[in-house]
Design a protein around this ligand. Structure first.
Ligand code: XMP
Length: 511
């Protein structure tokens, strides 16, 4: 089935991906595209959105759109920089604001039809701009304004050109989804985008055609992406698929068992667990430098995977859980570089000389869509709801050299932390939470005796994209319980500390 689609031209806003996600949430397929797209390449789209961007139109290198786009019989919506660009290119004028308008702002809506149908006379919206549209182009009317912004909205209803200074895609714009929904209605796009059986069947038949009778190999990390990709490919080719899961010994408590249980639901799958803890620990013994750890783990993984691949014989295809965000890096379009395609490897980097053709069935999907798909495919929730976990696993959460004892301590402390976050119902509010064990010892006192043990660091962050993050405000009572349990239940831990560093300047992980 060919879906109606909306093109989002990326002028470099940090919210560009969010626009695409919101349109998809509303049931219409959307794609993030280079701002250099030519009108001739956009004819098939039902609507076109110009995103915001960090530039000013007065900059000598300011990005502009192909002027021929305005002649297409396709509805157009400009957001923030996109609005200013539209005004500028169609003969209006853009002024430099004396003050920036940033954050929540009340705008007066003067036209409650079309794009603003159903909105109130005053709307709380999210602004982030300095420049503003001083005069709208001929044929346009102002549809909204704020105390400092004379053109918070403009439209030419006849040609279906719309512009808004605020960001409808962020949650702080109260009726932002309504605005996007109105735009979809204006485009007439059919709402066919959902990861239902129809989508799954479409992919399944595509994979079947691609694979034929060949064998397919998948390196499972146990994370959401590779697991959902494996379930989908399995639906297409059944027993032609072999999944290889390498137990590095650097996984969290019960993780390997959870992966086994999840894949036990697919009895005809050739599912292989390679127990390689001793190999990894031997190679990592005495290594303290984080990049050295990553390199060793990556290489060891490759060697094991290669060896296993040979025993499978003539596998022609390799499944990878590449996501849309891996394929399209937001903002790379700024400065004239077209959207960059990078090849993505889930597990430490697979060897380049393995001559496989790739199957990447999630290439068009966002993480939340992959989770939705996982649920539809029956992937167990233990996997679908899993928080991100770094490829090198617990190796980068022991700050110092890795020993089986330290791994045991870290695993037990981490399991307690996760359990208590779950008990407190905080799991969905905190995007990543884990423990870290620095190889230092401190003095404690337990049962009247002096002890000498490790500290455990709790790390918990809230974030939307992991590029920036804040430390989670876990209630004191929950922290207290976690601390008490860890020092009581995990031998050799004398102290529990909470990391209150945002990113930047810290990173999420400690190494
Ligand atoms: P940082 O520590 O860079 O982490 O703020 C951002 C996100 O990336 C994850 N991370 C990794 N994932 N291999 C991975 O697959 C790695 O080596 C790695 N290092 C960090 C981290 O858990 C967080 O989600």
């Amino acid at each position: 089935m060919k879906h109606d689609s909306i093109a989002v031209l990326d002028f470099g806003s940090q919210y560009s991906h969010l626009i695409v996600r919101r349109i998809r949430e509303l049931g219409v397929h959307a794609e993030l595209l280079s701002p250099h797209m030519k009108a001739s390449e956009l004819k098939e789209y039902k609507g076109i959105i110009f995103s915001g961007g960090p530039q000013n139109l007065s900059d000598s290198d300011a990005l502009i759109a192909d002027i021929a786009i305005y002649a297409l019989p396709v509805p157009l919506l400009g957001i923030c920089y996109g609005l200013q660009l539209m005004a500028h290119q169609l003969g209006g004028s853009v002024g430099a604001g004396k003050e920036r308008e940033y954050g929540p702002t009340d705008v007066t809506i003067t036209e409650t039809t079309g794009l603003f149908a159903g909105l109130n006379a005053t709307e709380r919206v999210w602004m982030s701009h300095g420049d503003y549209v001083a005069t709208v182009p001929e044929g346009f009317t102002v549809t909204a304004f704020s105390p400092t912004c004379p053109t918070a909205g403009m439209m030419n209803e006849k040609t279906k050109r719309y512009g808004i200074q605020f960001h409808p895609e962020v949650v702080h714009t109260k009726n932002g989804m309504r605005v996007l929904e109105n735009f979809i209605a204006i485009t007439g796009a059919n709402k066919t985008w959902s990861l239902n059986e129809g989508w799954i069947e479409e992919q399944v038949s595509r994979i079947r055609t691609q694979v034929g009778d060949s064998r397919v190999l998948c390196a499972l990390s146990g994370g959401v992406d590779s697991s959902v990709a494996a379930f989908l490919v399995h639906r297409a080719v059944g027993s032609q698929l072999t999944c290889v899961y390498v137990d590095t010994g650097l996984m969290r408590k019960n993780e390997t068992q959870e992966v086994r249980d999840a894949f036990a639901a697919l009895p005809d799958l050739d599912f292989r667990v390679i127990e390689a803890e001793s190999v990894f620990l031997e190679k990592l013994a005495g290594v303290t430098e984080p990049e050295e750890k990553r390199k060793i783990i990556g290489e060891t993984f490759i060697r094991i995977f290669e060896k296993e691949a040979k025993t499978i014989g003539d596998a022609e295809f390799l499944v990878q859980g590449t996501l849309y965000t891996d394929v399209i890096t937001s903002g790379v379009s700024v400065g004239g570089v077209a959207a960059k395609i990078k090849s993505h490897h889930n597990v430490g980097g697979l060897p380049k000389d393995l001559s496989f053709s790739l199957i990447e069935p999630l290439r068009d999907l966002y993480k939340d869509e992959v989770r939705m798909l996982g649920r539809a495919l029956g992937v167990p929730l233990t996997i679908v709801e899993r928080q991100p976990f770094p490829g090198p696993g617990l190796a980068v959460r022991i700050i110092g050299d890795i020993t089986p004892d330290r791994l045991h301590i870290l695993r037990e402390a981490d399991a307690i932390f996760r359990e208590e976050i779950k008990n407190a119902n905080l799991g969905s509010a905190i995007q990543q939470y884990f423990t870290v064990l620095p190889v230092v010892r401190s003095v404690g006192v337990q049962g009247d005796a002096r002890t000498y043990g490790y500290p455990i660091i709790l790390r918990a962050v809230t974030t939307t994209d992991f590029m920036t993050a804040d430390w989670a405000r876990i209630p004191y009572e929950v922290l207290e319980k976690i601390s008490t349990r860890i020092t009581n239940e995990v031998k050799d831990v004398t102290r529990v500390v909470y990391d209150i560093t945002p990113k930047p300047p810290g990173t999420v992980e400690w190494e």
